[in-house]
Write a protein that binds this ligand. Structure first.
Ligand SMILES: [Zn+2]
Length: 136
């Protein structure tokens, strides 16, 4: 699971430079750490089939030089990898988080398995959608 990373004291998130943030994560798309808020928003957006009209997405396209469809494939692959790791390692952090829901370890393992299948499917769909634009 993703852990926050340390940044210099006056560091600003490259996706939302106009305000100060406290918690930052490494980005899979750009070399600079991004803030928790942007990270969470991107996570929500990667589940949208259609490109949401949002400044954050425009900014990400500018910074990466990629289309949102391509960014989305990268983000979804990363989420899939995260779930694969959870499925294999069943980290305590994950077990603790689902223990609050009253889940047993078996239930948690099943859920991780189904997330892997679900994200594998999303990755496949997103790849098919982003490819034609690249070649055509
Ligand atoms: Zn941000």
């Amino acid at each position: 699971m993703k852990q926050p990373i340390a940044v210099p004291q006056d560091y600003r998130c490259p996706l939302c430079v106009n305000h100060v943030d406290e918690v930052f994560y490494a980005s899979i798309l750009i070399d600079q750490p991004i803030c928790e808020g942007c990270q969470e928003e991107l996570f929500l957006f990667e589940h949208h089939k259609e490109r949401p009209a949002d400044q954050l997405i425009e900014k990400m396209e500018q910074l990466t030089g990629l289309t949102w469809d391509d960014c989305r494939v990268v983000l979804l692959r990363d989420t899939l990898e995260t779930w694969r790791t959870i499925e294999h390692e069943l980290p305590q952090e994950y077990l603790d988080s689902v223990a609050e829901l009253g889940w047993t370890q078996d239930r948690a393992a099943l859920e991780a398995q189904s997330k892997v299948l679900w994200y594998a499917q999303l990755v496949e769909q997103a790849e098919t959608e982003s490819l034609p634009k690249k070649t055509g």
